[in-house]
Design a protein around this ligand. Structure first.
Ligand code: F6P
Length: 358
């Protein structure tokens, strides 16, 4: 029997997951290993085991596919982050059940492709004696342990495409368009998307905003003949004297969202201008990965297999200084990378006349 390596995708999906799977499958086959793909995140590890064998045939043509061919979930028995980053412990019996299935299937190492919460779970599996390798993924690009995650570039691409479209309608109607983008507590998607999409105002969690300042910017633009204005607001942004808008907590992390509608209402009230809001939502998570994400995802998948082959269990692949390297999962978890409010990117945006509403 060939040695076996397992792989699963966990947490919210993002473009590039299938490119990682393809990288894992092809690099493993080269080493003579068989790949077991566990379905729907960690849930596939539970008895009786929900899995499929992934070979080069199953990896054919999946590079350009959004989502993940083995499914994912950010709910279920292995959730290890609730609310604002608080950790919970995955029950010992759940981990023991997973270990039993992996042993029965002769899976020697498990590649876990997921975000921060999934890495917290991976760390707990590793501590319980399951050989884990982490592959970081999130469109939010907010993990301190890696300079970039795949999925981010594709999400930004969607934002830029939307802004290109919204500019023309904003200008034609002399309206203000407020566009809400994802990113949780980090403003990276809003910042990159806003700069590349020529936004006039960008609101991010790291720089709380003032409605009066936003209104003043829009009025000044109007007075100068710029009658349409495009505002990008990150879902986690908040006014200086207010809170983030949080939604339900359902056996997982709370969701953010709804700020665009509030901002649009306040702008209309303060400027008298016709204002509309638009929430991009999960459009940012779907569709084909960009070239950059395909390449990064492939490199991550291949590196994960190399790490497993060399026995570097408990580590996570990481992109640093143009190289794919490894960091201990234990050091990688729960360390968010936020936009530095006085950093070069924010300054560049200000220098091209983008306001942060502060
Ligand atoms: O972390 C990725 C992300 O898309 C966030 O930007 C967003 O807040 C969240 O996931 C949405 O999660 P769900 O798919 O559960 O609504």
């Amino acid at each position: 029997m060939k040695p076996r390596i397992g792989v699963l995708t966990s947490g919210g999906d993002c473009p590039g997951l299938n490119a990682v799977l393809r990288g894992v499958v092809l690099a493993s086959e080269k080493l003579g290993w068989e790949v077991v793909g566990f379905k729907d995140g960690f849930e596939g590890l539970l008895p009786p085991g929900d899995y499929c064998i992934l070979d080069h045939k199953s990896a054919e043509g999946i590079m350009a596919l959004g989502g993940t061919i083995i499914g994912t979930t950010n709910r279920g028995h292995f959730v290890s982050k609730i609310g604002g980053g608080d950790r919970t412990i995955v029950p010992a019996n759940v981990i023991a059940d997973a270990k039993k299935i992996l042993d029965e299937l002769h899976v020697k190492a498990l590649v876990i492709v997921g975000g921060d919460g999934s890495m917290v779970t991976a760390q707990q599996l590793q501590e319980a004696g399951i050989n884990c390798i982490g592959v970081p993924k999130t469109i939010d690009n907010d993990l301190e342990a890696t300079a970039m995650t795949f999925g981010f570039d594709s999400a930004v691409d969607v934002v830029v495409d939307a802004l290109d479209r919204l500019h023309t309608t904003a200008t034609s109607h002399k309206r203000v368009m407020v566009v809400e983008v994802m990113g949780r507590h980090a403003g990276w998607i809003a910042l990159h998307g806003g700069i590349a999409g020529g936004a006039d105002i960008i609101l991010i969690p790291e720089i709380p905003f003032d409605y009066e300042k936003i209104a003043a910017t829009i009025k000044a633009r109007h007075a100068a003949g710029d009658l349409g204005t495009v505002v990008v607001v990150a879902e986690g942004a908040r006014p200086q004297d207010g809170q983030q808008i949080k939604r339900d907590i359902e056996g997982g992390e709370f969701r953010l969202g709804g700020i665009a509608e509030v901002v649009a209402r306040e702008i209309a009230k303060r400027t008298g201008k016709e204002t509309r809001s638009c929430v991009l939502g999960h459009l940012q998570r779907g569709g084909a990965p960009t070239v950059l994400d395909r390449i990064l995802a492939t490199r991550f998948g291949v590196k994960a297999v190399q790490l497993a082959n060399e026995g570097h269990f408990g580590s996570m692949v990481s992109y640093q200084n143009y190289q794919v390297r490894q960091v201990p999962i234990a050091e990688a978890v729960n360390r968010l990378r936020l936009v530095p409010p006085n950093g070069e990117m924010v300054q560049t945006a200000r220098d091209v006349e983008i306001s942060f509403g502060d």
